[in-house]
Design a protein around this ligand. Sequence first.
Ligand code: HEC
Ligand code: HEC
Ligand code: HEC
Ligand code: HEC
Ligand code: HEC
Ligand code: HEC
Length: 505
Amino acid sequence: MNEHPSPSDQTPQSRLSLFRNWTSLAGLTIVVASVFSFLLLFLIDTLAHSANPYIGILTYLVAPMFLVTGLALTAIGLLLRQRRFIKDAGAAPRLQIDLHRPRDRRMMGFFLGGTVVFLLLAAMGSYQTYHFTESVTFCGQACHGVMTPEFVAYTNGPHARVTCAECHIGAGAGWYVRSKLSGAYQVYATMANKYPRPIPTPIKNLRPAQETCEQCHWPKKFVGNLDRLYSYYLNDETNTPFTVRLLMKVGGSDPTHGPVEGIHWHMNVGHKIQYVSAKLEKDGRWVADETRQKIPWVRSIDAQGVVTEFRMAKFTNDPSRYELRTMDCMDCHNRPAHVYHAPNTAVNLAIQLGQIDRSIPSIKSNALWVLTQTYKGETEALQKIATTLAAKYPGDARLPRVIEAVQLIYKKNFFPEMNVNWKVYPNNIGHMHWPGCFRCHDGLHKTADGKQSIKASDCNACHVIMAQGAGKDLEKMNATGFKFAHPGDELDPNPQCHECHSGGM
Ligand code: HEC
Ligand code: HEC
Ligand code: HEC
Ligand code: HEC
Ligand code: HEC
Ligand code: HEC
């Protein structure tokens, strides 16, 4: 290569001489290689049947990164080279284009064509990159491990066809930038291994339900009553079945679409339910409860502006000193996409579905027992589940299927690497394993004149116990609701079910 061409040298070759430096050449090589790999990867990604998170990362993040690096190197090389010319000869070689010359015309055509192709590729690439960073693959699988619990629970939940971004990232440029900024921090935290395990909730930057859930679910819809069947098996030798059939009074909240009644009454379009969450410390102070599990004060403001205030007698503070939250969908449906089932719930379901054979003596309590032990990691857990159960029923041919089912329950609901399991994230929809509805409906929240919201002991207020028991009992229906026949001990007035039903019994 001619290192020091004289500036007056105007042979056609010398016009390209600015490119003749190692930096630019290396840059150009990277550009060509990355465009080529992008095209190849793009083809694989489009034609492949199953989405592979790594192909996505390579195609839409790594290849474009190399392309940009290559272009930057080329430019840096050019600049340095030009400086060198100026330093050596006082001027850089002048660029002369004469369209009368066939060679210049060809070069020009080539240049323009190249630019158009490049811009097209860049547009397509950045559009794909944008979509890729919003995809379930990127959010759920790319950061291997961190999001595994949420991803697995999501895949097994009713929202498996709704993308992560539809709930977690808002539409519009503002949310895009915000989510990418926090996303960039998350990528850093993941690489530096600095993220909390488990990830704490409620998540701070989750948008209000009006912007997430209500894109798809219309709050004015009248749902009416839902018939729900809950099947349980007791922890005795015969794994005695016990079933409750509940008619959930979900109702609705908009008078133009049905009566304003039932559980969705809280969402009444005309009124608001507001509350304060605070917990009582040992020293007698009420401090804000980030988890929203303790609610000592709540008020409803109806369409006419009439305020009804309910508080626990113990809470004598001024509520305005605490953050006031207006109830929305997520105060009840806080785990619409990521449910980690309690072992009791999961084992009951597996028995109901026949995956665990009910005829095996005490299989309910034994399956529960192996699931509630502490293990170092998934590998150890799966192994010990198998060996412990096998040892309890030596030679039983029904066991391999049971072991498989129990291991599957473990894999779907326990994530020791992230310290995630059913005990970690409160689920507010009912009242069995977490306080849920009984955070307010516990018989302790009263107005100044002693009026109460629904009491916990009013078992037929939110749902009607239409039938309960087993076998023939379930054919006896009661439209106004039975008194609950609790299989355990007699229940307190206003019971707190979660105090005994921790999910592991
Ligand atoms: C239907 C809406 C919805 C979808 C879809 C959804 N999420 Fe969530 N996600 C939520 C809500 C609501 C919470 C808050 C839970 C709470 O406060 O208890 C949450 C919480 C989380 C958390 C915090 C930790 C936890 O388990 O609570 C992570 C991490 C998360 N989601 C990741 C994801 C990923 C990854 C996807 C896609 C694979 C996804 N989410 C899809 C609604 C959704
Ligand atoms: C992008 C649309 C979309 C968004 C956003 C969305 N959902 Fe859904 N939701 C669905 C679909 C689809 C279903 C499944 C309906 C079906 O197949 O019956 C569903 C089902 C549900 C169900 C019934 C679940 C069951 O077990 O049967 C509830 C409750 C629900 N969503 C609540 C929420 C809440 C709360 C949010 C906000 C955090 C939300 N959804 C956000 C689309 C969405
Ligand atoms: C006071 C608590 C509460 C609030 C607030 C609430 N829901 Fe519900 N919702 C329930 C309960 C309880 C059910 C009964 C379903 C069940 O047992 O899983 C239900 C049922 C549903 C269903 C399922 C209906 C079906 O056919 O399966 C959807 C969808 C739903 N709610 C969406 C919403 C949306 C959207 C909002 C916010 C506008 C909202 N809910 C607010 C408690 C609530
Ligand atoms: C933040 C506190 C709070 C939570 C949590 C809560 N509620 Fe309520 N609920 C209220 C208040 C306040 C009223 C109104 C009481 C009144 O005015 O008499 C009410 C009223 C009701 C009503 C009566 C509606 C009507 O037709 O008049 C039902 C049913 C109900 N709640 C069910 C539930 C269910 C089910 C849950 C759990 C999924 C739940 N609530 C969770 C505060 C709460
Ligand atoms: C404030 C409203 C409310 C009151 C009062 C109430 N429940 Fe419920 N209950 C619910 C809701 C909502 C669910 C549905 C939870 C879900 O969708 O998983 C539920 C679920 C249940 C279940 C099934 C739980 C499970 O997850 O296996 C049983 C059993 C039950 N209730 C019994 C009772 C009994 C007994 C009482 C009276 C001591 C009572 N409930 C009082 C709202 C209420
Ligand atoms: C004082 C502790 C205690 C309280 C409080 C309590 N239970 Fe129970 N519950 C038990 C015991 C003990 C059993 C029997 C467990 C067994 O043999 O499987 C049981 C069994 C059950 C079962 C059937 C077994 C199963 O798989 O879950 C249901 C359903 C049930 N309880 C619902 C409730 C509901 C709903 C509440 C709150 C309204 C409640 N319990 C409150 C102790 C309690």
